[in-house]
Design a protein around this ligand. Structure first.
Ligand SMILES: Cc1ncc(COP(=O)(O)O)c(C=O)c1O
Length: 416
């Protein structure tokens, strides 16, 4: 059989919706400068779907730093992987600054968060080891585990009793194999905004022997007194053995980093396959990230503005009776009852009638019968944006409750 034959039958779990969704719900084109308002299909929309938490994405100083670094260095330098020929003192300088900021001895840059995480997991464990992870772990964690030859046990999302049970199972196994246990959680769960129970997980270290890896993609820059992340927020940063964050969210860039003690970072430098066998981050991303980090550290007003918007939005929606689940972070999920047809028509109505652009999540990411709209507040938003959005959401909710988004109406609502 030709391996392409299967494509005749299915385009995959997401691709199966492409005929109806492509260009609108999936692969939409948001145009114009990154901001709270952007163009979508020729009209200005209020955008709540960018992880530009601190509003640095289009900040004039960031743009200037990016442009100057590009002018000075171009996009090619340095050539090759860090290990071979792509090392610079600037990469090392950024790493030292990141390590200091997240209170770790050392840090190492990653070209992409996703690939970096896959390689971190791959490098840390061998077939004797057991991974214990949260059921809502991001795809990069799942893919890292796919490379693992040993056992892996999942615990239901944030369920500490189950985590304890899995740790008991894992402990029995590693006693036989001579391996160790790696627990993986996220700091902030990016879909529903709830936090990984870092304090409880760390407490389990008193009872079990394991190392903790935290993916803090959404926590870095948004959580904690200084923005150093969810570990700082809970006061357990020292107990996180391996801390990971991406530059794709608060830092509004590309790349990421991993931080730990000196010995672990040195080991990772020589064993992260996504870095050993891939080109070094180009200089504008390194210099540009340095600028972003400086602003994130020294200009708390960006985080304060973010939280003003977050608090106003979440308080306002809750006061109107919306179910925001258990979010404790800027990520703002709004849960409704309904299936995929209702979900698409609610989103369509928000976009076309109210010019509000937000992301939609339905089954299988959330349980059947649940629709989740996800709003990402940023420092770019205004309190007027918040007020307008709450008003529009209330109108949409009323229509949904009145059954106005019935499935037979939906086809006619799609944009051709
Ligand atoms: C929780 C989490 N981990 C990792 C990543 C991957 O990061 P990157 O975009 O830098 O590849 C993301 C998404 O961007 C994420 O949400």
């Amino acid at each position: 059989m030709d391996i392409f034959n299967k494509i005749d039958n299915t385009f995959g779990p997401l691709g199966q919706y492409m005929d109806d969704a492509h260009g609108y719900y999936m692969f939409p084109k948001l145009e114009g400068p990154i901001s709270n308002k952007m163009m979508f299909m020729g009209k200005e929309r209020l955008v709540w779907s960018l992880n530009n938490y601190l509003g640095l994405g289009n900040h004039p100083e960031v743009r200037k730093a990016d442009a100057e670094a590009t002018k000075d260095w171009g996009l090619a330098y340095p050539m090759g992987a860090r290990m071979m020929s792509g090392q610079t003192k600037y990469h090392e300088e950024l790493e030292a600054k990141l390590a200091e900021f997240v209170s770790k001895e050392a840090a190492y840059l990653l070209n992409y968060g996703y690939q970096g995480m896959v390689s971190i997991i791959n490098a840390l464990v061998d077939r004797r080891d057991v991974i214990v992870y949260d059921s809502e772990a991001h795809a990069c964690i799942i893919d890292g585990m796919r490379l693992h030859f040993g056992k892996r046990f999942v615990y239901p999302h944030n369920n500490m009793q189950n985590l304890e049970k899995e740790l008991e199972r894992a402990t029995k196994i590693v006693e036989k194999t001579g391996g160790g246990i790696l627990v993986i959680t996220e700091g902030v769960y990016g879909m529903a905004g709830d936090l990984g129970k870092l304090k409880d997980i760390v407490d389990l270290k008193k009872k079990f022997k394991f190392r903790l890896l935290v993916d803090d993609a959404h926590g870095f820059g948004t959580m904690g007194k200084t923005g150093a992340g969810t570990g700082e927020h809970f006061g357990v940063q020292d107990e996180i053995d391996v801390y990971f964050a991406t530059f794709a969210k608060s830092m509004a860039g590309i790349g990421g980093f991993v931080a730990s003690n000196k010995k672990v970072v040195k080991y990772l430098m020589y064993n992260l396959r996504s870095q050993v066998y891939a080109k070094s981050l180009p200089m504008p991303m390194v210099i540009g990230s340095m600028k972003r980090l400086e602003m994130l550290k020294n200009e708390p007003e960006h985080r304060e503005k973010l939280w003003t918007i977050v608090n106003a939005l979440q308080r306002g929606l809750r006061e109107k009776g919306f179910n925001l689940g258990n979010t404790e972070s800027p990520v703002t999920p709004v849960f409704f009852e309904g299936g995929v047809p209702e979900a698409t028509s609610v989103t369509h109505d928000l976009r076309e009638k109210f010019n509000i652009f937000c992301s939609i999540v339905s089954y299988p990411v959330v349980p059947k019968g649940v629709i989740m709209l996800r709003l990402i507040p940023t420092a770019m938003h205004t309190l007027e944006d918040v007020e307008y959005t709450i008003k529009c959401f209330s109108e949409v909710k009323k229509k949904l409750d009145d059954g106005e988004y019935s499935s037979d109406k939906i086809k006619s609502m799609y944009v051709e």
